[in-house]
Design a protein around this ligand. Structure first.
Ligand SMILES: *Cc1c(COP(=O)(O)O)cnc(C)c1O
Length: 495
């Protein structure tokens, strides 16, 4: 064992991977980051002959090196099984000259399943390894997709409970239905009267509440996080970039060592950070293309070097990206600040106090791996329509943000490097927006009528995740004020 994790806000914190997974967030509010990023120790040719699970092991063993081979393989086997509707786990689909990496074949048809189907196993294994006897309480803020994927992952997992907060009016009808119909006595779903940032800030405050921590501990509970701030989320996300590269190589689309671009529709900056880590592990990636919707804080950041959340929060048709505070960006900031907890803390304090911070020219110079741009709502809809009409392929609203930005990137740079677009949700998860983009006449149809119509147009079978909720009863109907979040958690735990 040699890889330790440090906090982005306190140099004295140094923990193993399993401890970082258990804690989720560092005690000082910082995020855990690997002290160094290990290099892949298998060649690209070797990786190109491997299955998804095998690639997962090769990547994760390096980042989570206090897990034994048996522990890790056991977690991987339990995660990437028949919950996925294809053995490939993450298939690549070529359309209009780009490769769409479909990350939505898991239980809840969004890319969050890629990590959240394994996180419960990583977490319970970490608890065992560290002699933790407390029940683990997962606390999660969701902009829609994390919540359901976490609920599905943790439902009925012994030794765990899960509480999910979502913005009551900030998720799609299908996303909400998916969450409020969740089964499992250890699950609790709450709508808050606020937006995603309110939910996320509320959850961070609960994590930081030292009094509550004591009360919890006395009652035999401890918190952990299923949000992408947990490195147990981040590490499994590195896998599919390596796998995508390996598939392109296996299929003769690229030569070994040839660079590819990755376009990632971005919200909390977790998915694209995983791609950045993949690059740093030695995967030949040229540009990391960060795609935003109209909440374009990240685009502005990459262009100006100033991160400024003081602006209106726009509710878009890609709600999982409606975020003004991209938590995982802190990991990148820490790194370009020369792994300085002190410098990073200053910037994060400024973000908390004034809603903004500015990086130095020196730090900005280290962002050349990234390209940022954004898609307006109209552009997003036009991309969905266009792709459907030219090749019959239907993508969801988030993936369309990425596809739009990719088109802008090509127009800007004339770069012809082969490009993988992270396709983060099934169009069925955002049926209404997708169908209305294809033709406004669909606006008058009911949610499930639209589902059937989409199946007809896309020639893709309706996924189980959608079939299931057609008739499922609502099991969760709590709505609370942001100020009541802590009390809701206490009530659920009976403390
Ligand atoms: C969560 C999510 C995103 C944003 O991913 P981040 O890792 O938060 O940047 C994009 N698309 C979909 C469909 C999502 O669920």
């Amino acid at each position: 064992m040699s890889l330790f994790y440090r906090s982005t806000r306190d140099d004295s914190v140094r923990v193993t991977a399993s401890q970082a997974i258990l804690k989720g967030l560092a005690p000082d509010g910082g995020l855990f980051v690997p002290e160094s990023i290990p290099s892949l120790d298998k060649s690209l040719e070797e990786l190109s002959k491997m299955s998804y699970k095998e690639v997962a092991y090769e990547v994760m063993k390096l980042m989570l090196d206090d897990f034994t081979e048996e522990e890790l393989k056991n977690c991987i086997d339990k995660a990437y099984d028949s919950k996925f509707d294809t053995e490939e786990i993450a298939p690549l689909v070529k359309a209009e000259g780009a490769y769409f990496l479909e990350l939505f074949h898991g239980a809840t048809i969004a890319f969050k399943d890629m990590a959240l189907s394994i996180l419960p196993h990583l977490l319970t294994t970490s608890a065992k390894k560290n002699d933790v006897k407390n029940e683990i309480v997962i606390l999660t803020a969701t902009s829609g997709d994390t919540g359901k994927a976490a609920l599905a992952g943790f439902a009925d997992v012994p030794g765990t409970r899960i509480v999910v907060f979502y913005p009551k009016n900030g998720v799609s009808p299908i996303q909400e239905k998916q969450m409020v119909t969740q089964k499992g006595a250890n699950t609790h779903v709450i709508g808050i009267k606020g937006n995603f940032d309110d939910a996320q800030t509320g959850v961070k405050n609960i994590f930081g509440d030292k009094e509550l921590e004591k009360v919890m501990n006395n009652a035999g509970f401890q918190f952990s996080s299923a949000n992408s701030i947990n490195i147990g989320r981040l590490v499994p996300q590195i896998v599919y970039y390596v796998y995508a590269y390996a598939r392109l190589l296996a299929n003769g689309e690229i030569k070994a060592g040839e660079k590819i671009n990755a376009v990632v529709p971005t919200g909390n900056f977790g998915n694209i950070l995983a791609a950045f880590y993949a690059k740093n592990m030695g995967l030949p990636i040229n540009k990391l293309i960060c795609a935003s919707n109209e909440n374009k804080v990240l685009y502005d950041f990459f262009t100006t070097g100033e991160y400024d959340r003081n602006r209106d929060f726009v509710l878009t048709t890609s709600p999982s990206m409606d975020i003004l505070i991209s938590s995982n960006l802190e990991r990148l900031i820490y790194r370009i600040a020369g792994n300085s907890a002190e410098k990073n803390s200053e910037l994060m304090a400024s973000l908390k106090e004034t809603g903004k911070y500015e990086i130095t020219a020196d730090m900005k110079a280290q962002l050349s791996d990234f390209y940022g741009n954004y898609a307006t709502e109209a552009e997003d809809a036009a991309t969905i329509k266009d792709l459907y009409e030219t090749c019959g392929y239907v993508i969801d609203t988030h993936t369309a943000v990425a596809a739009t930005v990719y088109n802008k990137y090509k127009a800007d740079t004339k770069d012809e490097t082969k490009t993988v677009i992270a396709s983060t949700a099934s169009p069925y998860k955002f049926t209404r927006s997708v169908m209305e983009a294809i033709d406004p006449k669909y606006a008058s149809m009911g949610d499930f009528e639209l589902v059937d119509k989409l199946s007809e147009l896309a020639k893709v079978k309706v996924p189980n995740a959608i079939e299931e909720i057609r008739t499922a009863p609502v099991l969760h109907n709590t709505v609370c004020e942001v100020s009541e979040m802590t009390n809701e958690v206490k009530k659920f735990l009976g403390i």
